[in-house]
Design a protein around this ligand. Sequence first.
Ligand SMILES: [Fe+2]
Length: 218
Amino acid sequence: MKKLIQNRREFLGTAAMGAAMVPLVQACGFGASASPILESKLDILRANGVQDPNCEWCGARDVPDDVRWKTRLHRDGDAGERMLIEGTVFKPDGKTPARDILIYFYHTDTEGLYGRKGEHRHGRYRGWMLTGEDGKFGFYTIKPSPYPNRGGPAHVHMTVTGLERKEDWADTIFFKDDPLLNDRNYSAKKGGFKNVIELKEDSEGILRGTRNLRLWEV
Ligand SMILES: [Fe+2]
């Protein structure tokens, strides 16, 4: 906790200094880079990510400088069904949007696999989103497949990290039409709302779903 408070103070001081520097940075033509304020936030978020190098599920510490509230994981030509999942992160009251929440997420490919040889252990389909004032996030990707042994339904893993909260799991996303789904997959412990979501195909053939998150007390 002491570390978090220290980080917060450092952040506020740096943020104030960063705000004064923004016009200078823009005037110098570096507008494409992350602002000093964003960089300061990212430093705190990275510090609040799990640092254990053997951690199998975390990823906040690797957040890139160009993180935004919405991202796209798949490349043109990737096999698989196109999917868009959108949502809003709310504070524990379930109503107030939560800003500056970093979401890290990853899922299997169309063969149900994560990292191949030479890849990160989570494979190609991993990404980050950082909420703004409205708490919104969204990601384009392909629909994952169940593990090759079909030991469970297809899913998307997510972690949540904040300026004053350590990286932690949110309930995994599952898909309502999955024949491998069972009662144990439904949960509202970390994230509230529905973690088993319904996908509907839009006019462009993209499977769309909504996953809202309610932050839990820490
Ligand atoms: Fe998994």
